[in-house]
Design a protein around this ligand. Structure first.
Ligand SMILES: Nc1ncnc2c1ncn2[C@@H]1O[C@H](COP(=O)(O)OP(=O)(O)OP(=O)(O)O)[C@@H](O)[C@H]1O
Ligand SMILES: [Mg+2]
Length: 244
């Protein structure tokens, strides 16, 4: 198992009320899994992904990634986990506008340090080729399309060869053609390279690319569907979305 979350909770408090953004979630993720997280706006998808990626500390429960129990006080081990195990694709791409595509891509490696120039070049060339962005490396984010930015954001998430890639609404800002291309890309990543992917989405088509879909409501898992032979996975997702 690459990731295990046991009864994790994340509550937000304001003067009048408490928002139970993640409210006792259990999830076991095997290596090579591809999971969609669905649910209405405010159901807790982004908070859950950020908790699982260690970006937001959980209030309670247990989180184990690649055999390591996450302890937010142990900064060194936390950074190691983030460096080796976690890649994150944000909906808004989060590319730095004054850096080129290539510079954005290698940012995580520069931050980790210890990577020689030749190795850096190799990694960039290989990944850029795989993602079809080799002609964009010297361009700035302002000069490329939304779909191309998302590929670049994906390249940055993958440059460290992480065990798990999280993607929060990765197709939310893309037109249908770019969206389909991007989904095929991450499908191949999962299928050919065995990268574990956890993706939050509102989109039924996006969810239908995955192996299983987890439905959230008020910070809780209310339903789970797996792709099974002989059943239409997409139809099951449509039904579950319609009835919740
Ligand atoms: N930093 C925060 N401070 C206070 N409340 C927050 C914070 N982040 C999220 N929330 C609240 O937690 C709940 C879950 O939010 P979250 O962003 O996880 O939902 P979501 O399912 O990703 O929604 P969307 O589909 O709109 O992206 C919401 O009620 C939200 O307002
Ligand atoms: Mg969200």
């Amino acid at each position: 198992m690459i990731l295990k979350a046991a009864n994790i909770k994340k509550y937000y408090y304001n003067s009048e009320s408490v928002i139970k953004a993640v409210d006792g979630i259990n999830i076991n993720v095997e290596k090579g899994d591809f999971i969609a997280v669905m649910g209405q706006s405010g159901s807790g998808k982004s908070t859950l992904l950020k908790c699982l990626a260690t970006f937001i500390p959980i209030d309670s429960g247990e989180l184990i990634i690649d055999g390591n129990q996450i302890n937010y006080k142990n900064r060194k081990s936390l950074l190691e986990t983030r460096r080796h195990d976690i890649g994150y694709i944000f909906q808004e791409y989060n590319l730095l506008e004054h850096l080129t595509v290539e510079e954005n891509m290698i940012l995580p490696l520069i931050i980790s340090g210890n990577v020689g120039k030749a190795e850096l070049r190799d990694k960039v060339e290989k990944l850029a080729g795989e993602l079809g962005i080799e002609d964009l490396l010297n361009k700035y984010p302002g000069e490329i399309s939304g779909g191309q930015k998302q590929r670049c954001a994906c390249a940055r998430a993958l440059i460290n060869s992480p065990q798990i890639v999280f993607a929060d609404e990765p197709t939310g800002a893309l037109d249908s053609k770019s969206s389909e291309k991007f989904l095929e890309l991450i499908y191949d990543l999962n299928n050919n390279l065995g990268t574990t992917i956890i993706m939050a989405t509102h989109n039924i088509i996006a969810a239908s690319y995955t192996k299983r879909t987890v439905f959230l409501k008020d910070g809780k898992i209310i339903e789970q569907i797996s792709r099974q032979n002989g059943h239409s996975y997409k139809d099951s997702i449509v039904q579950t979305v319609a009835f919740n």
